[in-house]
Design a protein around this ligand. Structure first.
Ligand SMILES: [Fe+2]
Ligand SMILES: [Fe+2]
Length: 226
């Protein structure tokens, strides 16, 4: 079924011709990366839709954890904006934040439509996300970008794992595939923007990104289950 599955953030999932003809072309064109100083807002991605049948176990887990992750991402960028919003990186961070708001809104709609229980950790991720964003921003613009690179690296891998799971399931949810593919590509852009804006020059880059990655992976594991 799967011809080529890429695990690194810089790569793409591709499907067999048969699979891609059936539902979706996953190699979406990557929009021009939001380079340092780029302005712009992403279009709203969703509107309210009617209730659907209750989600199966896989869909339930995916929607719960992705809702938590996008909430956390929204708060991370909110924290960065609170500290760096009026500086030279303000427009770049704002552009990424706008996309994260769309991601969060989309999963808030999905959680309602499929009647999925949100993680009980929501209030914790809300505060922890803002503190992570603001805390790294207080260390400087490059540290903020290092935080972005670490978080987005984990999220791109996480979304790629989910795309594999969905494609291998008996009844792949086409809409969820398309949503996660689009968001995965935008998270990859955020990662690349972080690198372009000097993340690797942040003090203690290696140590800081490793700690943040472990934190993100732990949050994902918890949010899947509770
Ligand atoms: Fe996101
Ligand atoms: Fe992102």
């Amino acid at each position: 079924m799967l011809r080529n599955i890429c695990r690194t953030p810089g790569q793409r999932l591709t499907l067999t011709a048969a699979a891609s003809a059936r539902w979706v072309h996953l190699s979406s064109n990557r929009a021009a990366t939001a380079a340092c100083g780029t302005d712009g807002k992403s279009a709203a991605t969703d509107k309210q839709q009617p209730l659907r049948p209750r989600a199966n176990a896989l869909t339930d887990e995916i929607i719960r954890v992705d809702h938590a992750g996008e909430l956390g991402a929204d708060r991370i960028y909110a924290g960065q904006m609170a500290i760096l919003g009026n500086g030279p990186m303000g427009k770049t961070i704002e552009h990424m934040w706008e996309q994260e708001k769309d991601h969060r809104k989309r999963f808030e709609n999905l959680i309602q439509q499929h009647r999925v229980r949100p993680t009980i950790m929501t209030p914790i991720w809300n505060v922890a996300g803002f503190m992570l964003g603001a805390g790294t921003a207080l260390m400087g613009e490059k540290a903020a970008m290092a935080c972005t690179v670490a978080v987005e690296t984990v999220i791109v891998e996480h979304y790629n794992d989910q795309l594999r799971q969905i494609m291998e399931s008996p009844n792949p949810d086409k809409e969820l595939l398309e949503t996660i593919t689009k968001f995965r590509d935008e998270e990859q852009e955020h990662h690349d923007t972080g690198i372009e804006c000097g993340a690797e020059q942040a003090p203690f880059y290696k140590a800081m990104t490793e700690v943040i990655k472990i934190g993100c992976k732990t949050a994902i594991a918890i949010s899947k289950k509770i």
